[in-house]
Design a protein around this ligand. Structure first.
Ligand code: IPE
Ligand code: IPE
Ligand code: MG
Length: 247
C-alpha cells in the first residue's frame, strides 16, 4: 500500500506561496461520521488551525487567510451560530499568548459590527497586541462575504466623494477589507466542495486552487505539504503564453 503513496518532496523555498487562503470546510460532516454533534467538529477544526498556523511558520508562508464564518453562516441554527461565536472567543483567549510569541499578527476581514460587543472587543485587543509582529499574518474572515466586501468598498469610495475618473482597480483594491494585503497565491478548500461560497471574490482573480479530498479537521501538515508541492509545479501565466514566461 505504502508504495502507491507519492513521497513528500522537500519544498523549494522559492516556490512557496506568499499568501495562502483556506476555506476550512467539512467540520460538520467530520463530526457526523463519528456520530458527534456539529460543534464537536468545529472545536476539532479550531484545534487543527493551530497546527496549520505552525506549519505556515515552518514552511515560510507569510500570509494565511482563513474563512471561518461567512455572512451566509448566520442562517444556520441558532445554537450552532452561538457555539461558533463561543469557540472563537475561547480560542482567542487560549491561543493568543502563544501566537504572539510565535510572531503572528492577527487581523480580521469582514464586518465586526453585528458581533457580540465582548467578542468584538476581544478581536480588537488581539489585533492591537500583535500589530507589530511580522513573521506571519493570520487573517480571520469572520462575518465575511465577498459581495458584502465589494458593497462596503463602494460605500467607502462614494462617501469619500471620488470623481469617476479616479475609480480604478487600485482604488477598489485599496478600499476592500484586505487593503495592503497581497492577493492569495493559493486557495485551499477542503471537504470535496468545489465553489467559492462568497470568499475573496475580487482577490482570487488569479489565485491557484487546490481541493484536498479531506474534511478540515483532517487537513494536517502532510496534506498541506502535498498542496504546496502541487502548487510548486504549476505555471502561473496571468494571461501570457508559456513562451513569454520562459523568455
Ligand atoms: C466549515 O465546516 C465551518 C463553517 C462553515 C463555520 P461546515 O460547518 O460547513 O461543515 P460541513 O460542510 O457542514 O461538513
Ligand atoms: C464556507 O463554507 C464558509 C466557511 C468555511 C466559513 P460553507 O459550508 O458555509 O459553504 P456552503 O454553504 O457549503 O457553500
Ligand atoms: Mg460546509
Amino acid at each position: 500500500m505504502a508504495a502507491t503513496l507519492a513521497p513528500l518532496e522537500p519544498l523549494n523555498p522559492a516556490r512557496i506561496p506568499r499568501h495562502v487562503a483556506m476555506i476550512m470546510d467539512g467540520n460538520g460532516r467530520w463530526a457526523k461520521q463519528q456520530g458527534k454533534p456539529r460543534l464537536f467538529g468545529h472545536q476539532a477544526g479550531t484545534e487543527n488551525l493551530r497546527e496549520i498556523i505552525k506549519a505556515c511558520v515552518e514552511f515560510g508562508v507569510r500570509y494565511l487567510t482563513v474563512y471561518a464564518f461567512s455572512t451566509e453562516n448566520w442562517n444556520r441554527p441558532d445554537d450552532e451560530v452561538k457555539g461558533l461565536m463561543r469557540i472563537l472567543a475561547d480560542a482567542l483567549e487560549r491561543e493568543l499568548p502563544e501566537l504572539h510569541r510565535q510572531g503572528v499578527r492577527l487581523r480580521h476581514i469582514g464586518r465586526l459590527e453585528r458581533l457580540n460587543p465582548v467578542l468584538m472587543e476581544k478581536i480588537r485587543q488581539a489585533m492591537e497586541l500583535t500589530r507589530d509582529n511580522d513573521r506571519l499574518d493570520v487573517i480571520i474572515a469572520w462575518n465575511y462575504g465577498g459581495r458584502d466586501e465589494i458593497v462596503a468598498a463602494i460605500e467607502k469610495i462614494v462617501s469619500q466623494g471620488y470623481p469617476v475618473e479616479q475609480v480604478n482597480e487600485k482604488l477598489v483594491a485599496d478600499s476592500l477589507f484586505t487593503a495592503g494585503i497581497p492577493d492569495p497565491d493559493l486557495v485551499v478548500r477542503t471537504s470535496g466542495e468545489y465553489r467559492t461560497s462568497n470568499f475573496l471574490l475580487w482577490q482570487t482573480a488569479y489565485s491557484e486552487w487546490y481541493f484536498p479530498p479531506v474534511y478540515w479537521p483532517d487537513f494536517n501538515r502532510v496534506e498541506f505539504h502535498k498542496g504546496l508541492q502541487d502548487y510548486a509545479r504549476r505555471e502561473r501565466r496571468f494571461g501570457k503564453t508559456s513562451e513569454q514566461l520562459a523568455g
